[in-house]
Design a protein around this ligand. Sequence first.
Ligand code: ADP
Ligand code: NI
Length: 212
Amino acid sequence: MIQETAVFIRQHFEQEGSGHDWWHIYRVWQMARQIGEKEQVDPFRVEMAALLHDLDDWKFSESRESRAKKWLSSIQVADVDLQAILQIIDEVSFKGSGVKTRPTSLEGMVVQDADRLDAIGAIGIARTFAYGGNKNRLIYDPEVAPEQHDSFKAYQQSTAPTINHFYEKLLLLKDRMNTETGKRLAEERHQFMEAFLEQFFREWQLEEEQST
Ligand code: ADP
Ligand code: NI
């Protein structure tokens, strides 16, 4: 069932270019599996939810009918697992600004950690600028006071430069990790983002780039 779902999801996401490509799903799947090995989780639910977690993203789905539910029914997943998997997916998705919600199951916490890890670090930086480029946004606007970059409220959300996204979300994620493994991995990725931003602003100011 997991392999069948992976094939289905890969086909579905093959053409997605806005940060939600198959390889995002693949990384979250593998990461969730890795974190799950250290927790007392049901591995089937973790893997299935990881594979299906972005299928019904509100940004992309045109119908209200749950594609994940339809898929799980079609491959005859047991009802108790189907309900649990849909619950994980529901709790994991960001739903716009609902970043703070903590999943009610350990499986959900593992999948959420895996999804958040993919939003930070080097890969997170790459995905963020890919998303901004897809929306035609500036990477940064030096004519806006620095403190305004802390909040996208300074702009219409639709036109905020991509760098704002680090302050409104990405730098907050490390303190919202659920599992010990997730926290440890997030720490390293967080430090890399801090270093990236420091260098980014140093280059804007034409400051001497030193290798200290
Ligand atoms: P996820 O797949 O992690 O659930 P989202 O749908 O929230 O994530 O976002 C997909 C990718 O696009 C992530 O890497 C995220 O950081 C990035 N992204 C989302 N919103 C913005 C934004 N306003 N500006 C830049 N990048 C964004
Ligand atoms: Ni995701």
